[in-house]
Design a protein around this ligand. Structure first.
Ligand SMILES: O=C(O)c1ccccc1NCC(=O)[C@H](O)[C@H](O)COP(=O)(O)O
Length: 203
């Protein structure tokens, strides 16, 4: 099994082309308040460059359901990643649209299970998404074998150790492949994908 790698917060053609050429499995576009925010029309132009084999993901935080549906339709993304406190009804409604659903949960007291809200993937993240701050991965709470992504403060330097410690199904990065906040560095994107997959032992 190959480690699933998602590169998040992309805003330019170069970002997207680099991630795809590096072998990323998914590319993310942030549609909520963030230095990485992109509007749906601009995202649609980038989504059109992405081959079918790579999942295009829209990232949302605390947005009304109608807004998520409308942005997802306009941009053409195939997956929706939710960082808010959405309930099961919200997920059930979105599931009717055919999008792959990714539920982001902050590392904390509860023990999340992938699928308990009807999601297809679980993303275990730092309390502040997109902050580049790592949490104590050795305390990860997801059962082995679940479709879960490790996120929060990953970099080309630490991703290998993080994968070895937590044995995730996949990894997700944003800040760790940036030259400055919101501006991706192509060389770091390539280095991250290579480092993530180098000698991976998955659980
Ligand atoms: O990137 C943001 O600013 C953002 C804003 C609102 C919701 C989610 C956001 N980002 C999600 C991600 O980029 C990743 O899924 C994850 O949080 C990893 O971030 P990082 O620690 O920067 O690698």
């Amino acid at each position: 099994m190959t480690l699933f790698v998602k590169i998040c917060g992309l805003r330019t053609e170069q970002d997207v082309d680099t991630a795809v050429e590096a072998g990323a499995d998914a590319v993310g576009f942030v549609f909520s308040d963030s230095p990485r925010r992109i509007d749906p029309a601009a995202a649609a132009r980038l989504v059109a460059r992405v081959p079918e084999s790579v999942l295009t993901v829209g990232v949302f935080r605390r947005e009304p359901l109608d807004h998520v549906r409308s942005v997802a339709a306009e941009s053409g993304i195939r997956a929706v990643q939710l960082h808010g406190p959405e309930d099961r009804g919200y997920y059930a409604d979105l599931a009717t649209g055919g999008w792959t659903l990714i539920r982001a949960a902050a590392f904390g007291d509860s023990v999340p299970r992938c699928g308990e809200f009807g999601e297809d993937m679980l993303l275990l993240d730092a309390p502040v998404p997109g902050s580049g701050i790592a949490w104590d991965w050795s305390r990860k709470q997801v059962a082995a074998g679940e479709r879960w992504l490790l996120a929060g403060g990953l970099t080309p330097e630490n991703v290998r150790e993080a994968v070895d410690v937590t044995r995730p199904w996949g990894v997700d990065v944003s800040s760790g492949v940036e030259a400055s906040r919101g501006v991706k560095n192509p060389a770091l994107i390539t280095a991250f994908v290579e480092a993530a997959r180098a000698g991976a032992v998955l659980g």
